[in-house]
Design a protein around this ligand. Structure first.
Ligand code: ATP
Ligand code: MG
Length: 350
């Protein structure tokens, strides 16, 4: 942190974005009272950025993000900007690039309170994170070509790209249950063999963390059959893309899941994994848990306040347990009712 008061850039975005951001900020205010000093700088981004300045990532928004200690983003995009010259989603790619956010971290957690919503049977609570390389691999490798008879994509990785994301995974594991599983396809791919070499090497710097490997096909099965075995999954861009969505599905609702994208230095960005849900915007029924959990993740990882993050997590679990949930989880509560219930839980426990 650059000084005593934490600087947070807030990007409410589009459709349900502002609705759930309001909920997240209300919970942040509650746990912060007498505990955590912060100031927020709210900026337009995505469709809202296009409406105000013609650009999904306005210059002033980027400058604010760069000067911040953390960025909170709700959700962007939607049909309103389908014909825009620059799409809202372009802003997301740009901000990731400009802040050099090469590691994307998605937790999959099925607490006792959430178990009844999961489509899979589990005996033990599930709690793992996927650390996905976000800025290289087959989505960016050259050559990329297509003609009438063939097409080429290239999976490309350098030692440095692998090392820096591996370090993120091992650091994460140190603060968790001290285990990393590297997911690859080393029986087939050259890049996977380089990943094994580099990750093996990085693992030597973290003697308290155990390390194993799994082929991606086997890992995809284990996420369904034995997800409680994982702590930190480290993987490359495309495998991470697929496994993250599979993992989201086993929790029961994408309306609860936060994420973090970070680099080596500079602010990290926290956001729900879902989109702007235009179909339910304005109805007051968006599930705010994804945003509230994003706030908790920010407190834990950018501001080293696991105590405040745990307070939020306990409040969230108590409210889920009591059945005050939005329609996506089969309940009838509104965004505001869920948020107030969580705030009450937090206040009661203080
Ligand atoms: P993306 O914008 O990431 O490409 P998408 O447009 O396919 O994703 P989302 O906007 O994430 O999808 O919405 C998918 C479905 O999930 C929609 O029916 C939406 O209403 C629902 N949904 C997403 N987020 C929430 C939430 N926080 N609460 C309730 N329902 C949600
Ligand atoms: Mg969407």
């Amino acid at each position: 942190m650059s000084d005593q008061i934490a600087k947070i850039t807030v990007l409410p975005g589009d459709y349900i974005g502002p609705e759930i951001m309001k909920a997240g900020l209300a919970v942040l205010k509650t746990v912060s009272e007498d505990e955590f000093a912060y100031q927020i700088d709210e900026r337009p981004f995505g469709g809202a950025g296009i409406d105000e300045t013609g650009d999904p990532l306005p210059e002033a928004t980027l400058a604010s993000a760069k000067a911040s200690d953390a960025v909170l983003l709700a959700a962007i995009g939607g049909p309103k900007w389908d014909r825009a010259i620059k799409r809202p989603e372009k802003g997301l790619l740009e901000i990731r690039q400009k802040l050099n956010l090469f590691a994307n971290i998605r937790p999959t957690s099925i607490s006792r309170a959430m178990q009844k919503y999961s489509p899979i049977k589990q005996v033990e609570p599930v709690d793992f994170v996927i650390v996905r390389e976000l800025t290289s691999g087959i989505y960016f490798g050259q050559p990329r070509e297509i003609d009438d008879y063939r097409a080429i994509d290239t999976m490309h990785y350098t030692v440095d790209e692998i090392r820096r994301v591996a370090q993120v995974a091992f650091e994460m594991a140190e603060k968790r249950r001290q285990h990393v599983t590297m997911v690859d396809k080393a029986n087939v791919l050259a890049t996977s063999n380089l990943w094994r070499r580099v990750v093996e090497d990085v693992s030597a710097d973290y003697p308290d963390v155990t390390y194993d490997t799994s082929y991606v096909d086997a890992a995809a099965m284990k996420i369904i059959s034995a997800p409680e075995q994982f702590d930190v999954i480290l993987t490359e861009n495309m495998f991470g893309d697929i496994l993250s969505d599979e993992s989201a599905e086993i929790t029961g609702s994408l309306g609860t899941i936060p994420s973090m994208s970070r680099g080596t230095t500079g602010p990290a960005l926290y956001e729900p994994i879902h989109g702007s849900a235009p179909d339910i915007a304005g109805k007051g029924i968006a599930n705010p848990l994804s945003m509230i959990n994003s706030v908790a993740m920010m407190l834990r990882h950018s501001f080293d306040r696991p105590d405040l993050a745990d307070e939020i997590a306990k409040g969230v679990d108590a409210v889920i347990e009591s059945g005050i949930v939005t329609p996506d989880l089969g309940g009838q509560a509104t965004t505001d009712q869920v948020t107030s219930a969580i705030i009450n839980q937090i206040c009661e426990r203080r």
